[in-house]
Ligand binder design. Structure first.
Ligand code: SF4
Ligand code: SF4
Length: 195
């Protein structure tokens, strides 16, 4: 049998207490408030819910126990990345081997860590680096500061910068974490085709 109590702290003026706060507790017997069948149904619902939740939890545990382990055997074997993994950046080339970057600075403007440094230069007829008017003469990314948020990739109107899957950048030298264009740029198609 379960009772619940309600405390009554109201001030009752005009009573024999002379308007002072009165503390009274009223008890209600729930066994009288809820019929027996309703209490049983409630209890059964609670038991069924608990057993169901436990079964669901253990099903996940047992299913996972018999799956093969997903541990990567790195560095003995290459790591398997998800396609959307954000690793070291790659500066892309077009199908003619020209650099896609047109030095518009949008990536640098979008970068919240302020870690992209670009110097622009003009293309000439005998010295063409990109298909547009300008190209990035200098393109540095400071990986001491980069948080791999991907904003630069989203901001680029030419798909010139993407995230690759490179991740081995640990260094004892901070200067070694400033990557230059030559390190970020993908190989020309001819060089890439060579074994
Ligand atoms: S991934 Fe984010 S932090 Fe890194 S260079 Fe791009 S915008 Fe900057
Ligand atoms: S990488 Fe893209 S956004 Fe950044 S300067 Fe080059 S073209 Fe502009």
């Amino acid at each position: 049998m379960k009772n619940i109590g309600i405390r009554d702290d109201t001030v009752r003026p005009g009573r024999s207490s002379g308007g002072r706060r009165r503390n009274a507790v009223f008890y209600f017997d729930l066994s009288e408030a809820l019929p027996y069948t309703e209490r049983m149904a409630k209890m059964l619902r609670e038991v069924t819910g608990t057993v169901g939740a436990l079964a669901k939890g253990f099903a996940v545990t047992f299913k996972t126990m018999f799956r093969p382990a997903v541990t990567e055997n790195y560095p003995a074997e290459p790591v398997h990345f998800e396609g959307r993994y954000r690793g070291l950046h790659v500066l892309r080339r077009d199908e003619n081997g020209l650099e896609k970057c047109v030095a518009c600075f949008l990536c640098a403007a979008a970068c919240p860590a302020n870690c992209i440094y670009i110097e622009a230069a003009e293309n000439t007829s005998d010295h063409r680096i990109s298909a547009a008017e300008r190209y990035a003469k200098v393109y540095n990314i400071d990986y001491n500061r980069c948080i791999f948020c991907g904003y630069c990739v989203e901001a680029c109107p030419c798909d010139a910068i993407t995230h690759g899957h490179g991740f081995e950048i640990a260094s004892y030298d901070m200067n070694g974490l400033v990557y230059r264009k030559e390190q970020l740029l993908e190989k020309p198609p001819a060089a890439a085709a060579k074994p």
